[in-house]
Design a protein. Sequence first.
Length: 422
Amino acid sequence: MYGLCDCDSFFASCERVFRPDLYGKPVVVLSNNDGCIVAMTKEAKSLGLTRGTPFFQIKDIIQQNNVTVFSSNYTLYGDISNRIMQILSEKTGDIDIYSIDEAFFCVDGFKKESLHEELINLRSFIYKGIGVPVSIGVGPTRTLSKIASHFAKNIPGYKGACIIDSEERRRKALQLFPVNKVWGIGRHTTKQLNYYGIITAWDFSKRSKSWIQREFKKPGLQTWKELNGIPCKEIEELPEKQSICTSRSFEHMISDYDMLAESVANFTASSALKLRKQHSVCQSLTVFILSNQHREDLEQYYNSKQIRLAVPTDSTMELIQFALTALKLIYKSGVMYKKSGIILTDICSNSCIQQNLFDHTDRQKLNRLTETIDSINSEHGSHKIRFAVQSTSPKHWNLSTEHLSPCYTTDIKDVLMINCHK
DNA sequence: TCTGGGGTCCTAGGACCC
DNA sequence: TCTGGGGTCCTAGGACCC
C-alpha cells in the first residue's frame, strides 16, 4: 500500500501560518510578476475564483469580498515544505518527495486494524508542528492513493484521511471520480476520452488493455494498470536535475537587443549557480525568446537556439558567452518581446568531465575565479560581483511582487517579534 | 495596462550506419 | 523503367505534472 501526504492549498496555507487573522478567510497567491492565481484557500474557491485566472481580471471580486492577496514567496514555501517532509519521514521512514507539497510514504509501519486513526493522528501531528493542513490518501497504487487523497480533502466525513483497501472501495471511488482528475490524464487526453464516452475513472479502467495501449500508448497503459490496482508508476530518485531552466516574462515588452541580452545574461547566471549548487556541469544550452502571445495585434515570434559545448562547464562566464552567441542568431529586430529564457541540458557530475584535446581554456584558473566570485557573493549579497552585461540593476529582472510576505523562517530580519507586555 | 515558472517522460521522424 | 532491409541515435515537440 502507498500513502500520499498532500498539503491543502499549500502556498495559501503557508501564508496563513504567520497570519492567523486570515483563518477561515479567502486568500489567494499569485504567480511571478503577480500574473495569475496559482493557489487559493477553500473560501476563495467558493467565490468562483479559479487557478490560472489573470489577476487583473478578478480585481473587482478581490475588492468586494475582502480577499487577501500574496505574491509568491518561494523562500517561505520551500522552507515550510522541508519542515513538513522532515516530520513525515521521521514518522513513516523513507519518503518519495514528489513535489513541493506532496510526498509518498510507506504505510507498513502502521497497525492495519487502526490505520485510519493513525493517519488522522499523523495529520494532526503535522498540523500541530507546522500549521499547514494536509490530506492523506492510501491505496494499492500511487494513482489510487492520489484519488484517495482527493476524497480525504473534499469529504469532511473522512477527517482528512481516506483509504482504498478493498475491491468494493476501489470500485466506488473510481465510479465517483471524473477521469480528467486522474493523475496522468490531462486536458488533451480527456477530450479524446469524452469522445469515446469515458467520463469516470471507472469507465477508463473497464476498457480493454489493448485498446488503451493502442490509443494512449505507454503513459495511458500505465494509468490504466494503476487504476486496476497494478503498481507500475515508480518515482525515480533524481537527486541531480536533468535540465535547469530560468525564464521570466517581462513587466513591459522590449524590442531592444541589449535589453534582451541583459535578461538572458542574468537568467544564465542564475541557472549556472543552480548548476554549481548541485555539483554538475552542462554540455548544452538553449536560449529562447518570444513575443506576447496574448497580443494578436502584434507580430508573433518564437525562436530558440541550442548550442552544444565542446567541454561541459559550470562557468557563468563561459555560459553567458555561449548564450549571447545563441541569442544573436535568433534575435529579430522590430519584434516586441515578452519573455526570454535559458535551459541548461546534457547535465552530468562535475567529478568526471570529458576533456577536449583542442580546448585552450585554462579551466583550473576559470574554476578558481568562479569559486572566488561565488564565495564573495554568498557572503556579501548575491549580485555584488557580476558580469557587465548583466547591467547595474539585476533586480530589474526579479519583477514586481507587490504583495510579498516576509521570509519569516529564513531571514533573521523577518522573524516575528512578540510583545509579551500588556 | 495587466495573462507564471520549472520540471519529466514519451514518441515520431529524420539522419545516419552497414 | 526498375532502386533493400534492418538497425541506432538524436531531436523537436507534445503531453503531462505541480
